[in-house]
Design a protein around this ligand. Structure first.
Ligand code: SAH
Ligand code: SF4
Length: 344
C-alpha cells in the first residue's frame, strides 16, 4: 500500500492546486496533462518539458501507475483482449478491448465486483468488492490507448459496461469521464462514450440534469415487474413504471436516444408476450433496443435464446416501430462478454 496520490485522480484544478503548494507555476499542470493524456507517458522522468528537480519531486510524491497486470487472455481471432488488473489496494478488475474492423472499443470497469446481484451476471455473482477511484477508471483507458498508440492506432469507443454499476460509484465515474473528455485531457468525444446502468432511477435523474453528451444505456431484461424482480433484484426498489418514466424524461430533456439492453435467456424473457409488454412501455419515445444472447456464467444455469427466438423478438419490435439490433457474442471463449467479467 502506498499513500501517494495517483496522478489520474487529480483534475486540472487539483493539479494546479498541488503545484501551488509546491510554489511551482500553474502552467506546469497543463504540461503534465499534456505528457499524460496526449503523449501517454507515465514515467515523470520522461517528462522532458519539466526541470529535473520537479521530475524527481513528482517521483517521490505522486503515483503514476496504480494498476498492475495480473493476467491477460486473447481470443483465437485476436479481436478480443481481456486484461485482469490488480488495483493498488489489492482488488481485481477486468478491462476488455474489442477490435472489429475499424472499431476499437474499450469496455471499462467502475467497481471491483458489484453489489446489485443480477442473477445472470458473473460480476454480480462475485458480490461487491470495492469502488474504483476516478484515476483507476482513467488508467484502464490510458493503458490500452498506449498499447494501441504503439501500433499507430487509437480507441474509437469507450463503453462503461465492465465490472460494476457505474451509477453506484457516480462521482468517481463522472470525474473520470470529465477528464477523458476534457480538451486538455484525453480529449475523447463524449458521444463516443456509453454508460450502462442497471436503472438506479435517482441517478438517471441526476445524469439527465447534468446534460452530459455521453450516451446512456439501461439494462432492462424484462418488461413485467414479476420477472424483472427475479432477474434484476434492484427492480423491487425501482420498479419498471418509475424506471421507464425517468428514461422518458431523459429523452425529452436531452433530446438524446436511450438504449435498452436485454440479455436473451431461453424460455425466460424471450417470448412474444415480453416483447409485447416491452413495446407497450417504450413505443412512444426515442429509444433503441439491444438484444444480447445470454453469455453463459457458472452461477446461472439458463442458456442463451436460439437465434430464431431472437429474430422473432426483434421482428416483433420492428413491427411496432421500435429500433432494435442484436449484439453478437464476442470473445466468448475467453469469458470477455459483457457481464462475464469475474475473476476466476
Ligand atoms: N452494471 C451495469 C453495467 C455493467 S453490465 C449494468 O448492469 O448495466 C453490462 C451489460 O451486460 C448489462 O446490460 C448487463 O445486464 C449485461 N450482462 C450481464 N451479464 C450478462 C450475461 N451473462 N449475458 C449477457 N449480458 C449480460
Ligand atoms: Fe452489477 Fe450490472 Fe452485473 Fe447487474 S448486470 S450485477 S448491475 S454489473
Amino acid at each position: 500500500m502506498t499513500d501517494k496520490v495517483l496522478v489520474y485522480d487529480l483534475d486540472l484544478d487539483q493539479l494546479i492546486g498541488l503545484f501551488g503548494e509546491w510554489d511551482e507555476p500553474k502552467y506546469r499542470a497543463a504540461q503534465i496533462w499534456h505528457d499524460l493524456y496526449k503523449q501517454l507517458q507515465n514515467d515523470p522522468l520522461d517528462f522532458s518539458t519539466l526541470p529535473k528537480g520537479l521530475r524527481n519531486r513528482l517521483v517521490r510524491n505522486v503515483l503514476f501507475r496504480s494498476l498492475s497486470k495480473e493476467a491477460e487472455s486473447i481470443s483465437r481471432d485476436h479481436q478480443t483482449q481481456k486484461v485482469l488488473f490488480n488495483t493498488k489496494s489489492g482488488y481485481k478488475i477486468e478491462t476488455v478491448l474489442m477490435q472489429y474492423e475499424r472499431r476499437r472499443t474499450l469496455c471499462i470497469s467502475t467497481q471491483s465486483g458489484c453489489g446489485i446481484g443480477c442473477v445472470f451476471c458473473a460480476t454480480g455473482q462475485m458480490g461487491f468488492q470495492q469502488n474504483l477511484s476516478s484515476g483507476e477508471i482513467i488508467e484502464q483507458v490510458i493503458y490500452f490507448a498506449r498499447q494501441l498508440a504503439d501500433h499507430d492506432d487509437r480507441l474509437t469507443n469507450i463503453v462503461v459496461m465492465g465490472m460494476g454499476e457505474p451509477f453506484q460509484n457516480y462521482d468517481a465515474t463522472m470525474a473520470a469521464m470529465d477528464t477523458l473528455n476534457h480538451p486538455e485531457g484525453f480529449n475523447f468525444g463524449a458521444r463516443r462514450i456509453t454508460i450502462s446502468t442497471v436503472g438506479l432511477t435517482p441517478m438517471i435523474e441526476r445524469f439527465t440534469k447534468e446534460k452530459r453528451q455521453i450516451n446512456l444505456a439501461v439494462s432492462l431484461h424484462a418488461a413485467t415487474n414479476d420477472l424483472r424482480d427475479e432477474l434484476v433484484p434492484i427492480n423491487r426498489q425501482y420498479p419498471l413504471e418509475n424506471l421507464i418514466e425517468v428514461c422518458q424524461e431523459y429523452v425529452s430533456h436531452t433530446g438524446r436516444r436511450i438504449t435498452f439492453e436485454w440479455a436473451m435467456i431461453e424460455g425466460v424473457n424471450d417470448d412474444l408476450a415480453q416483447a409485447h409488454s416491452l413495446a407497450d412501455r417504450i413505443e412512444n419515445f426515442l429509444c433503441h433496443v439491444n438484444l444480447i444472447p445470454l453469455n453463459p456464467t457458472q452461477g446461472f444455469l439458463e442458456s442463451a435464446s436460439s437465434m430464431s427466438k431472437v429474430t422473432s423478438f426483434q421482428n416483433y419490435l420492428h413491427s411496432r416501430g421500435i429500433s432494435c439490433t442484436t449484439r453478437t457474442r464476442r470473445g466468448i471463449e475467453i469469458d470477455a462478454g459483457c457481464g462475464q467479467l469475474a475473476t476466476k
